[in-house]
Unconditional design. Structure first.
Lengths: 686, 415
């Protein structure tokens, strides 16, 4: 299943056509290094891209976390004086925006990029250069967004940025322009990534892996990417309208010219609610991978777990106006969205109960990933239940825009999504980096985070119910808010220290790992095929690509199951996992400078829109040049070195030769698999 | 490494105990609402009561599910935890799923939610019902205060001769429904009196209905809950519910116009200052209402608080400062807090009480919070963040101390 194996499909480049100048435009030589910093800039390897997504997200997590601490210090006591009203409004806006768009979404993207191709037995994603493009566009957008702090201050309209408060009259600084254009840019990244990952899941699965044999995380990735595919364009449309309003004096949200401000609310939440699900579903997928491993049992009700995820994906489109119960949309709309919101709790509840049933009767190993997984189930349950209380629209008219909501969505996104991510960091760290994170520190990390998290956000339930409004930079004495704000602030610092402990653990464990035995391919006795690969995963992923016969294929290579549900070991793990090969007979997509170049043209255009249209020209030229180079660049470097042939003759006959090799490795590869590889050939166009 | 795992053990126990205690205390504190003027948990009127009646059972159901799930998780963790002595190659029974169970726990929550849904729909419809004799009031959000227009003559128009325009405080009679219509002159605000009903956004260009009714005489606090820019936190509401008789007196007084020159010579000077500095934005009916109707104030919202009956209100500046009250407690502060606000805002526990002035009686001059008023006139943006340069909020008028004294003397005649 190497990239150029098999007979070319209809979309494939005919042999010989790729044998073109390897210096298109004569600017850059084709990058060749696989190590050093340059390899990271030019890589198209989904694993390196996934790691960079994660690393960037952790940097943004520190920024967003710092902003959170500023908020908590300001609210420590009545009439806090750390931040001015103006600065506070910027800080909470940037905290929300950063955490949603630059932390939770990209951590999801990090796992999707790294794991999903491994879980389906692919060599890479369908369009490797577009994948690199997605990453760099995201990084460029994130840096651009945060550069607002240098150029006159961050956005001050809230992450939801309602019209007309987002207009130039009400927010004359450039903060909202940075917010707007920055998120248009990261939207491009999400959209390109979504297309890429959907095509990958649908076309590049290993032989035998039908949809209902896919790991749950891959399923959730598929649902997530579909949500992104349809949700992001809605936000982008709204933002383009806002950009026209703010920069070119259009009147889309100008009430004086007849605009209806609810237009923005609808567009934002038609994006915004699927957004919530696309933030939580990757974590649901990850916890569905971890719980069975540490319960020593298969996932309970695999098809129900999968279909409840798909159901959430569909139903998530019909609930957006529950963010607008008090906006004056009228009792019929309120009733309709109240009911849909209640019933989306059903598939979510199914997941919780299936996870519980997975653990029931198991033999639980309380490793760090397991603790975080159980933590997710518990904390998400709280977030889900408070969610049900405000699906009850009349109750929501009391709760909305109070700290009760702040508590709710932090239980969902921190207690849910982030706990899942934390567990998955500990779980997949040995697979990605070849060393285990320290378990003792990890468990301490978990308990500290659980404590800090609950101290921070649980009191907000009561603060909200007793009337504390959201997004207020100050509150007075006499409202009874003092006690729980103090508790929350203490909790926030405990929470921050637990995040720092995690980062410390990364470096500590890395140093200590030199004196410890290598964790091997399968340190947790895991179930899905990504654990067959050597740790860290080699560039080519699988050699050979496994043929899949059932869900948890790797597990059943190690263990057989009798009819009455007893397990018998049938093969030693060492005999089942793959050995590291030199991989030279595997033709991987070649690295490229162009995705990076095109991506970094985008923020220059955006700066241009704000400051001087001349910059747009420069940015535009960079982008066009990048696209030009990209188009002319052969997808595979003809000069790349392979076993089979001498440099410079890569494409003459390589295709046919390697197709032969496939047939040897995979004698029972069926027609579907052939079709898959033919599709994969299409990727070379990307 | 027994020592390290001891640390983890302690962390585990501390974490679980603290979190458990925290949840118990939080649930208990939901029942302690004294000194919580914004609490949603103590209804003060029929609409809030209907919401309460709906939400309490929902909280109860959620509480049972919460305790159940936490209990199951703790039980599973205790019961099915792997012992160190257990053979790692010994596996539990491999259960892949049970369809009957799946259908059961899909259907059961759906049934419970269907019950909640029915109750919800009924309550939504109840809250939409309107009394025919309701008092119609428009609540208009402005950055960062509320304007109220009463349709006293009941012709559906809020600008008739008998209609009342006031600001900052909403005065209502008890036991009678107030049909509020929310709207806004600038950005989206949200009108919320938690004791009386849920909130309703005030959206520019839209007119959204919300009914209020208070059971008892007293003060109900509110807070703008839709982020509306710089001073969102300082945009409060205050509802005074009066006996029907007192309300009628209040209405009669509000309908009167100013016009006669104040008798006190200092106040007369103050009127001149007012005309020079304030009349461009603020209205006093009978003095400059007609002029301002023709040339609206140079503000984004096109309106500033109507001051005709300023002294009938207990608070000012978006209800963050007391207009009446113990002057000592509102002294100008120095040091740590002084730089940000320069002034201690009102102690909400005792909202300013206009006394007899509420219904047009004489102003208790001794009790007026002159310190706060003077400080506001000295430098309003320092006391409450505003964007006067952008036409949003009151600028620093750079008045002399003498002008401020004169102005205060004049303002104190506005009962």
């Amino acid at each position: 299943m190497a990239i150029t194996e098999a007979t070319p499909g209809p979309l494939a480049l005919p042999p010989g056509d790729t044998d073109t100048d390897s210096r298109p435009g004569g600017i850059f030589a084709r990058p060749t290094s696989n190590t050093g910093w340059r390899s990271w800039i030019t890589t198209v390897d989904h694993k390196k891209i996934g790691i960079m997504y994660g690393a960037a997200a952790l940097v943004f997590l520190l920024i967003g976390g710092f902003e959170a601490l500023l908020i908590r210090v300001q609210l420590w006591a009545p009439r806090g004086t750390l931040l001015s009203a103006d600065l506070y409004n910027q800080v909470f806006t940037m905290h929300g925006t950063t955490m949603v768009f630059l932390v939770v979404m990209p951590i999801g993207a990090a796992f999707a990029n790294y794991l999903m191709p491994l879980q389906i037995g692919a060599r890479d994603v369908a369009f490797p250069r577009i994948n690199a493009f997605s990453l760099w566009v995201f990084v460029a957008g994130g840096i651009f967004l945060n550069s607002a702090w240098i150029f006159g201050g961050g956005a001050d309209g809230g992450w939801f940025n309602y019209a007309p408060n987002n207009g130039v009259i009400f927010s004359p600084s450039h903060g909202i322009d940075f917010w707007n254009l920055g998120l248009i840019i990261t939207g491009v990244a999400s959209l390109a990534g979504a297309v890429n990952l959907i095509v990958t899941v649908l076309n590049m699965r290993a032989p035998g892996m039908t949809l209902m044999k896919m790991p749950v995380f891959t399923w959730m990735t598929l649902v997530t990417q579909f949500l992104l595919l349809f949700a992001i364009p809605v936000l982008t449309s709204a933002q383009v309208l806002l950009m026209m309003d703010r920069l070119f004096d259009a009147n889309f949200f100008n009430v004086a010219k007849g605009a209806n401000p609810l237009l923005w609310e609808h567009l934002f939440w038609i994006f915004g609610h699927p957004e919530v699900y696309l933030m939580i579903l990757p974590a649901f997928g990850l916890v569905s991978e971890m719980l069975p491993v540490f319960s020593r049992k298969p996932i309970f009700g695999y098809p129900f777990i999968v279909f409840s995820g798909v159901a959430i994906g569909f139903m998530g489109w019909g609930v957006w106006a529950h963010h607008m119960f008090v906006s004056g949309i009228g009792p019929i709309s309120v009733t309709a969205f109240s009911l849909t919101t209640m019933f989306i709790a059903v598939p979510t509840g199914v997941k919780i109960l299936n996870w519980t049933a997975t653990m029931w009767g198991g033999k639980l190993h309380f490793t760090t990933p397991m603790l975080f997984s159980i933590g997710l189930v518990a904390m998400f349950t709280i977030g889900g239940l408070s969610g049900v209380t405000h699906s009850v629209a009349p109750a929501d008219t009391q709760q909305t825009d109070t700290y009760y909501i702040v508590a709710h969505f932090h239980y969902v996104l921190f207690g849910g999504a982030f706990f899942g991510f934390m567990g998955a960091f500990y779980f997949y760290w040995p697979k990605v980096f070849g060393y285990l994170l320290n378990e003792t520190m990890g468990k301490f990390n978990f308990w500290l985070m659980l404590l800090g998290f609950n101290l921070t956000f649980a009191p907000m339930h009561i603060l909200g119910l007793q009337g504390m409004s959201r997004r207020i930079y100050t509150y007075d004495e006499g409202y009874g808010f003092e006690l729980w704000n103090k508790v929350a602030t203490i909790g926030a610092f405990i929470l921050a220290s637990s995040v720092l402990l995690f980062i410390f653990n990364i470096f500590y464990s890395r140093v200590k790992a030199k004196h410890l035995p290598h964790p091997g391919a399968d340190p947790w006795d895991a179930r899905t095929i990504e654990w067959m690969t050597p740790s860290p995963v080699p560039a080519y992923n699988y050699d050979p690509v496994p043929t899949i016969t059932r869900v948890d294929d790797f597990w059943y290579r190690k263990y057989g199951e009798t009819k009455d549900g007893k397990l018998v070991r049938i093969a030693a793990t060492d005999d089942v996992v793959q050995k590291r090969s030199d991989g030279k007979h595997i033709h991987l997509p070649s690295p490229s400078y162009w995705p990076f170049v095109v991506a970094f043209g985008m923020p220059i255009v955006a700066y241009g829109l704000i400051f001087s249209l001349w910059l747009c020209l420069i940015g535009g030229i960079i982008m066009v040049a990048g696209i030009y180079g990209w188009v002319l660049e052969p997808p595979d470097d003809p000069d790349a070195v392979h076993d089979d042939h001498e440099p410079g003759h890569a494409s003459d006959d390589g295709t046919a030769l390697e197709a032969g090799a496939t047939a040897d490795e995979l004698p029972d590869a069926d027609a579907d698999a052939e079709a898959d590889t033919a599709e994969k050939e299409a990727e070379t166009v990307g | 490494m027994p020592r390290r795992s001891l640390v983890v053990r302690i962390a585990q126990i501390v974490s679980l105990v603290v979190v458990t205690v925290l949840f118990v205390v939080l649930i208990l504190s939901a029942f302690m609402n004294d000194g919580m003027p914004l609490t949603t948990l103590v209804p003060g009127g029929p609409s809030a009561q209907q919401i309460q009646d709906l939400v309490v059972p929902v909280f109860a159901i959620a509480g049972v599910v919460f305790v159940g799930v936490m209990g199951i998780l703790l039980f599973i963790s205790w019961r099915f935890g792997q012992d160190k002595d257990d053979d790692p190659e010994e596996f539990p029974e491999q259960v892949h799923g049970r369809t009957a169970l799946e259908i059961g726990w899909t259907v059961l929550p759906a049934i419970i939610l269907a019950g909640v849904a029915v109750a919800t729909v009924v309550t939504i419809l109840q809250l939409e019902k309107r009394d025919d004799d309701a008092i119609k009031v428009q609540a208009i959000g402005n950055q960062w205060w509320w304007e109220y227009k009463y349709d006293i003559d009941g012709d559906g128009n809020y600008d008739g001769a008998e209609d009342i325009h006031t600001a900052t405080e909403l005065v209502i009679p008890i036991g009678r429904e107030i049909a509020v219509t929310t709207t806004s002159n600038d950005v989206i605000h949200s009108f919320w009196i938690p004791g009386l009903n849920g909130k309703k956004d005030a959206v520019p260009g839209l007119f959204s209905p919300l009914k209020l009714e208070a059971d008892e005489e007293g003060i109900y606090r509110g807070q703008c809950t839709e982020f509306c820019g710089l001073s969102h936190a300082n945009m409060r509401m205050l509802v005074r519910s009066l006996s029907p008789d007192q309300y009628d007196e209040w209405v009669a007084n509000q309908q009167t116009e100013r016009g006669e020159e104040p008798s006190d010579p200092v106040a007369q000077e103050g009127l001149a200052v007012w005309k020079a500095f304030c009349a461009q934005c603020h209205v006093i009916n009978g003095i400059n209402d007609e002029e301002l109707a023709e040339t609206p104030p140079p503000l984004v919202s096109g309106v500033a608080p109507n001051l005709t009956h300023l002294m009938t209100r207990g608070t000012f500046a978006g209800s963050i400062f007391n207009l009446y009250g113990d002057v000592d407690s509102t002294d100008r502060t120095d040091g740590d807090n002084g730089e940000a606000l320069g002034f201690e805002p009102a102690d909400v526990a005792a909202a300013g009480d206009p006394g007899e002035a509420l219904t047009g009686g004489p102003v208790d001059v001794e009790n007026v919070n002159k310190v706060a008023l003077e400080e506001w006139l000295r430098n309003a943006p320092e006391m409450k963040p505003m964007y006067a340069q952008g036409g949003r909020g009151m600028p620093n008028l750079e008045l002399s101390e003498e002008q401020i004294d004169q102005l205060v003397a004049f303002l104190m005649t506005l009962n």
